[in-house]
Design a protein around this ligand. Structure first.
Ligand SMILES: [Zn+2]
Length: 357
């Protein structure tokens, strides 16, 4: 889908402004001024084939990730393990604009594409792993359904004899997300794990897509238990992200169970005792920090954009959500503190925030 022209012009203008600021020494100045703030970067999956075109915030091409790591090295940023960085932050010892790399969800490509690059650059990372799919070794149906509605060349979908909720004739262009939500919702409410996989195969056929091509290289699956040791060998520490990627805000015991079950699975698969948490999709409520503290959680990561100072709540940590289509100058602006500065001057600059999976 083409981006509206005004949005494109805004992005180009923003980039030109950033280049001018870097040339004028503003990046270097901002970096000095913000040297006591901890930067935390956020990634999700890594792209195989066209995944980065479908969801640039969720799937980054490994070549782009490699350039990010190289830039961190070239600009002499110190990348620390999460726990060490948070201890420093708590003590007020962040003084070089240190960086933490976090990766959410646990897509298989974290192991196959990102971990070797982290190892090559000797940079640690924290993986927030949601465990429901890890135990079942199945594709993440919500995401693969949305991808297939994006990928199909069909303009109409005709469904007969599957279920009253799904049957009918539908125009696809412009309705991709709504149709995907309908199919994913049906799968989650009406099917067990095997039924959901069957539903996705049925949908692939209806959309004229080859299911095995869509899901090749396990590109819509998460890691499995056997991958944990290899990730750890590459310097990836594994932490909490709930069991089913939901964290209720009205039921404390259900929220606690999400974490306890997540923690039990992590221990069972050899990831160790996890005490750091990331809110699924970055959504949190005012009561969550207290609930997390009661469970022995030491920190919680949001998707709020920004860097962190020593007085910041460890349960509301901010990050920069890097994305495949962000230019290097934009990434560098975030690292330097310039983007924080611009946001505080003007409110959020650039595109409106998106909610990742
Ligand atoms: Zn997530």
């Amino acid at each position: 889908m083409r981006k509206p022209q005004s949005a494109q012009i805004r992005r180009i203008t923003k980039r030109l402004l950033l280049y001018a600021m870097r040339t004028a020494g503003v990046f270097a100045m901002a970096r000095r001024l913000s040297r006591r703030r901890l930067r935390i970067l956020c990634y999700h999956g890594f792209s195989i084939g066209d995944q980065h075109e479908y969801a640039p915030i969720m799937f980054m091409r490994p070549a782009v990730f490699a350039r990010r790591l190289a830039l961190l090295k070239r600009l002499n940023y110190v990348v620390l393990p999460l726990a060490e960085a948070l201890e420093k932050l708590h003590r007020g010892d962040i003084n070089r604009g240190e960086v933490v790399i976090t990766i959410d969800d646990g897509w298989k490509s974290t192991l196959t594409l990102a971990a070797p690059l982290l190892l090559e650059h000797a940079m640690p990372a924290c993986l927030y792993l949601t465990t429901y799919h890890v135990e079942r070794a199945e594709v993440v149906t919500d995401v693969v359904i949305e991808y297939m509605f994006w990928r199909t060349a069909r303009t109409t979908l005709s469904v007969r004899g599957i279920a009253a909720d799904l049957d009918g004739d539908f125009a696809i262009p412009g309705n991709e997300r709504a149709l995907a939500a309908r199919w994913a919702g049906f799968g989650n409410k009406q099917c067990d794990a095997a039924g959901r996989q069957k539903l996705v195969r049925t949908l692939a056929a209806l959309l004229d897509l080859d299911y095995d091509t869509v899901t090749r290289n396990r590109r819509f699956a998460l890691i499995d238990a056997a991958d944990v040791a290899e990730l750890q060998r590459c310097g990836v520490d594994i932490q909490l992200h709930t069991h089913t990627h939901t964290f209720p805000s009205s039921d404390q015991s259900a929220a606690a169970e999400e974490i306890l079950q997540n923690r039990r699975v992590l221990e069972r698969i050899g990831a160790g005792r996890a005490t750091h948490f990331c809110y699924p999709s970055g959504r949190y409520a005012p009561q969550h920090p207290e609930w997390l503290a009661a469970l022995g959680i030491e920190s919680a990561m949001t998707c709020d954009v920004g860097s962190n100072h020593s007085g910041h709540s460890p349960f509301l940590l901010k990050r920069y959500l890097d994305r495949d289509d962000a230019r290097e100058i934009e990434f560098e602006a975030e690292l330097s503190g310039v983007s924080d500065l611009l946001r505080s001057l003007r409110g959020t600059i650039g595109r409106p925030p998106e909610t990742p999976k």
